[in-house]
Design a protein around this ligand. Structure first.
Ligand code: A3P
Length: 309
């Protein structure tokens, strides 16, 4: 089945998830040709859930001994340029073999749902490591609706998608990389079964207690902060470097652009909108809130996973 919704392109249902044509191709390539290494680290997210932030945090944490703060790559490179997005990278000619030459541990970002990743090489006990970041679905919806409209007008001068249309598509699960709830549940259940391989994080928790979660992230990635690093304020430094306020104020993120592939280019400033918890309150009607909360409750029932208001 196919569905024309958010953009001009159709989304196709592939193995139970709605994917753009590019994402179908990328997922098939990953399933059949990607040579995963057990040391690979993935920043996995549903779209518009804090991917930019997570990428920055993983990059800064993993490479913290290599760079001085004053010349840190994140000051001059958008977080999306710091390590590859698996789906777009794997679709470029010849890049599958190029990936083998990347230094270990390789860092990647992906939106591919957990159950679509190849079980023998990527998921499971001897597979790769995943840090999953998700977010309250109401904030994801608003963030996605605004982002899509910016890109619609930039790329195709298309009329904007109304919030009502976006809401319907989102609630039906007709969204890039599939239903938000299915995406989250896939990684959530896997993280319960395999906590050493999947760290499951929520945007709201990271916002509330960034120091706690950056320390947890470092430990999980096998690079715990030493007592000396903690005394020196290195955790605080990473939190500050990767904060919305800092990244969004940098020249590169105010004026630069990021080219995912030859067709898909995003102004860096569009990765940074408000970076707040609960901005949905400024957009969604009471009726919308009631419906989406009900869907969330039904879908997550019995899973042990909850999102705050
Ligand atoms: P809003 O649209 O609610 O502001 P993604 O990176 O997955 O595309 O998600 C984008 C959302 O993350 C946007 O949310 C964006 O503002 C927010 N964001 C980007 N960088 C951030 C950061 N460093 N800290 C917190 N939120 C950030």
């Amino acid at each position: 089945p196919k569905e024309k919704g958010w953009l001009t392109e159709y989304l196709f249902q592939y193995q139970g998830f709605w994917l753009s044509p590019g994402a179908v191709k990328a997922t098939m390539l990953v399933q059949h040709y990607f040579r995963a290494q057990p040391t690979d680290i993935f920043a996995a997210t549903p779209p518009k859930s804090g991917t930019t932030w997570l990428r920055a945090l993983i990059f800064a944490t993993m490479n913290r001994t290599q760079f001085e703060l004053s010349t840190h790559p994140l000051l001059t490179t958008n977080p999306h340029g710091c390590f590859p997005y698996l789906e777009t990278f794997i679709c470029e000619d010849g890049s599958i073999s190029n990936l083998d030459t990347f230094p270990c541990p390789r860092l990647f970002s992906t939106h591919i749902p957990y159950s679509l990743l190849p079980a023998e090489s990527m998921t499971g006990v001897s597979g790769c490591t995943f840090v999953y970041l998700c977010r309250n679905p109401k904030d994801v919806l608003v963030s996605k609706w605004i982002f899509i409209n910016i890109n619609k007008s930039r790329h195709k001068q298309l009329p904007a998608l109304s919030l009502e249309e976006a809401f319907e598509l989102f609630c039906q699960g007709t969204s890039h990389y599939g239903s938000f709830w299915e995406h989250v549940l896939g990684y959530w259940k896997a993280s319960l079964e395999n906590p050493k391989k999947i760290l499951f994080l929520k945007y709201e928790d990271l916002k509330n207690e960034p120091l706690v979660y950056v320390k947890r992230l470092a430990e999980f990635l096998g690079k715990p902060f030493t007592p000396e690093e903690e005394r020196n304020g290195d955790v605080e430094e990473i939190v500050r470097l990767c904060s919305f306020e800092n990244l969004s104020s940098l020249e590169i993120n105010k004026h630069g652009e990021h080219r995912f592939n030859s067709e898909y280019v995003v102004n860096n400033r569009d990765f940074f909108r408000k970076g707040q918890v609960g901005d949905w309150k400024n957009y969604l009607t009471d009726e919308m809130v009631k419906r989406i909360d009900q869907i969330t409750e039904e879908k997550l029932y019995g899973s042990g996973l909850r999102f705050g208001a």
